[in-house]
Design a protein around this ligand. Structure first.
Ligand code: IMP
Length: 202
């Protein structure tokens, strides 16, 4: 079975990715499971750059396919902040309750139609022959007026998805994976990898 090392320590992401990749015959493992530890600085200015930085760092120590992702929240009214700095916004160790409250404060009085936002996810893959692939996907929504929902993580409680009339923190994991930036980007990358497998297995 083909192995893919995903540059993350997050077990939830690995579970989600394996669910999506299940029909490809490829198994996704974390860096930890692959016995790899790297500490890279994500100093790129785009999601794609950051994903590539992580994927290249891991690819330098394994011959397997390597994948990495980078994502963030873009709020149009705030000039697409926090964007690539989503994890670092107000400090890496600051609770999301505080980060969310600050974003809601900055949007106080801003009408519904100007509260548009999106979660964006880029995924990069470095292949054993050195080829590099990147894909990007997004989920469009609006910033709500208060935190709602207990599921998910990060900015989910303030990210309202009109088609569900719920925040992403009110969706089940399966519902979120269907429509999320990461789920969509993973499915795009899956198609790219299938094409690659078809060309290398002939
Ligand atoms: P990462 O690149 O996937 O680690 O995401 C970077 C940051 O973006 C996270 O630490 C969160 O602040 C934010 N983020 C990305 N995806 C989501 C999501 O699905 N829900 C809530 N916040 C997210």
């Amino acid at each position: 079975m083909r192995k893919i090392v995903f540059a993350t320590g997050n077990a939830g992401k690995i579970r989600e990715i394996n669910a999506i990749m299940a029909d490809t015959g490829m198994e996704v493992v974390s860096m930890k499971d692959a016995g790899i530890s790297t500490d890279v600085e994500e100093n790129g200015s785009t999601y794609e750059e950051n994903a590539l930085i992580k994927a290249r760092a891991v690819a330098s120590v394994t011959g397997d396919i390597v994948m990495a992702d980078d994502s963030g929240l873009e709020i149009d009214y705030l000039n697409k902040e926090p964007g690539v700095y989503s994890a670092r916004y107000l400090g890496e160790d600051t609770s999301y309750h505080i980060k969310n409250a600050e974003l809601l404060r900055r949007l106080e009085g801003v009408p519904e139609e100007q509260r548009t936002a999106r979660f964006v996810c880029a995924i990069a893959a470095v292949l054993p022959d050195g080829r590099e692939l990147t894909v990007r996907a997004a989920i469009e929504g609006r910033i709500g007026y208060e935190e709602k929902g207990m599921n998910g993580f990060g900015y989910d409680p303030i990210f309202y998805v009109p088609e569900f009339q719920k925040t992403t923190a009110e969706l089940t994991e399966a519902e979120k994976n269907e429509v999320s930036h990461r789920g969509k980007a993973l499915r795009l990358m899956k198609e790219e990898l299938k094409r690659y497998e078809d060309t290398t297995c002939q």
